[in-house]
Design a protein around this ligand. Sequence first.
Ligand code: NAI
Length: 729
Amino acid sequence: MERLIEQEVLENQIYVMTLDRKGSSANILDRRFFREFNLHLDRIEAITNLRGLIIKSAKPSIFIAGADLNAFNQNLSVFELQSILEVGQDAFNRLAKLKITTVCAIHGMCLGGGLELALACDYRVATESKVTKLGLPEVNLGILPAWGGCSRLPRLIGLPLAMTAVLSGKIFPAVKAKKMGMVDALAYEEGLMAKALTFVEKKKARRKARSFVHSLPVRSLISSKAKANVMKLTRGNYPAPLKALEVLKASTSRTLDQSLEAERIAFLELVEGSVCKNLIRLFFLQERSKKLSLETDDVLSKMIVNKAAVLGAGVMGSGIAQWISSRKIPVFLKDIDPKQMANGLNVAKKIFDAGQKRRVFSRVEAVAGMDRITPVMNDSMLHGADLVVEAIVEKLDVKRKVFSELENHVSPGTILATNTSAISISIIAEGLKYPERLLGLHFFNPVHEMKLVEIIRGKKTSNYAVAKTIKFVKQIGKMPVVVADSPGFLVNRILMPYLFEAIRLFEMGNSIEDIDKSMLAFGMPMGPLRLLDEVGIDVSQHVAEDLIDRLESPFAESDFLKTMMKNEFYGKKNGKGFYVFDRKKKGRSSINKDVLKLRKMDLSQETDMRVLVHKMALLMVNEAARCLDEQVVESPKDVDFGMVMGTGWSPFRGGPLRYADDLGIDEVVRLLESFARNDAPHFEPCDLLKWMAKSKVKFYKETFYHPLVKGVESLSEAEGSLKSELITA
Ligand code: NAI
């Protein structure tokens, strides 16, 4: 078996370990790593004249990416997990107890267990490079650092900063990590070893565990503030930061061994909970999306996009062009209106500028990013583009005309993609010379923040077009989900019934606050009425009308948004919707009292918050199940992944179908039927849910055959590779 660690002993008796997992771009920590690492420690302990140890990585952008998360996918027992924790803690304890001075020379990502290894060294030097980042992101997976991170970090940088790092799960650039004290010195990439050598000459470092900030009153004060902050951010839905807080708070008053034991106990408690399981599943769903590909014989589909074009420099077009260019792909941006073009370029520049402020881009990169966007006013300039994304007005005749003209100017191999939110791809493609190269490429707003992109396959779309577009979406660092050409595609189809239920509940007399608060507490990133304001009242009405016209089982209609528009309430874009937005006060908002007067009913109804949640959330579950039944996507995983990535759907609940499993399908059906009996037929559970309740099957884990799901024999989690070919329009 190939080695994971190379070693050499320098002339001056410095032992150098170079981490280099062959055949992988990353170093990760697993049992095999620790076995090898321990052998090196045996050797180091046995060599009497050694003067120091330097640990570095051979990878160009990753020092250590963290623990091997596949361990979570192997259904390990608590005992096995405990043993992995002990193996890691013991190895890092041995490293920390070495008599010689130890230095970690960090270039690239140093995350989770990687940083815990570095913390067990006496000193850490890191490159100033943009790729060098350090952090303990474990809470994002519902766990906590348990290979010494919660114990050694507060001893190194003090409790307040350690809490900031661990509870937020943030990843810090090397410069910031140096300011926080995680890193002792910075170096240029070429000078990293030289800098490490100067530190290895120093005496072993001592940690100040009992400084003033670690006294009981200060610890209590810091912890209660941190707890209030965590509760505000997570609404108590995420146990990991709270557990980490307890361990951190007690850590500096305990011995290191006691603190390490507390880490292990807390970790094992968390890992058993549903939140951790759902967050880890989501991690794997993201990995699955990153690996998505479609087998095709077409060699061209495997080639990368070297040049792209975007039609329309409006809200979406400017965002898409900026994003593509930020991924180092030259992009033509076309608009027919010079004013819109100027506006669009300005929007792109603002996104680059904001990225520069947040150190996402250097100044040079931001300037180069703008330079890669070439504004054009006619199609003849687009002939070299490998892929064109259309993001012009949402009108079928205009889109058709634009594509048929475009066909005269681009080569037959160019992929044509439309960012339409609702129009059928197959209908847009009618009349094209090569309809097989047209598909939907649905980005979400704001493009630079939303990771999900829906790829929509029309009736005639070829495998070549889908395969190449999947590759393109991954090339630009977004996450693809392949969706059938059906009304609202996946995300809008599931979201709209929910938003319209919120409107219905409001019309029935429930308060804006209750409606939005209930869904915030459920874990949505914003309440549904606020989301309607953000999207725009007119845009929401337009998408809803289209869906109601085309869906077989439409959701409850309402004219309320039309009434709002008559009263000039368009949402955030004109400062008034369900909320009033104060532009002078950074867009701060308060309830729009005038919108309350538009309700027909005068009674104020106070529905139990739990009922509010069930009504809104279960309509999404029902629609999600219909999507699966109609093969809009092929697996429950696609539904859950799409909703979490596309809308921020309560990540800790794992997505609407996972939520349905947890609640119990029979309970979902019972609740929906009880709501439907109350003169609200739109709650009627769909056939798939009813069948599942009767047959006692879940969306996940069980392999089952459902006669109503055409063509899909198994919806089991273990179904393995994607059966993309099953998605037919
Ligand atoms: P927008 O109104 O902000 O921008 C449309 C742009 O297209 C305008 O600058 C207009 O001058 C330009 N345009 C019109 N005809 C053109 C032509 N023949 N050639 C080139 N440019 C032309 O619209 P927005 O919001 O950016 O939407 C664009 C598309 O993206 C629509 O299909 C919309 O449904 C879809 N979409 C919109 C989202 C949103 O949140 N706004 C989200 C996802 C999709």
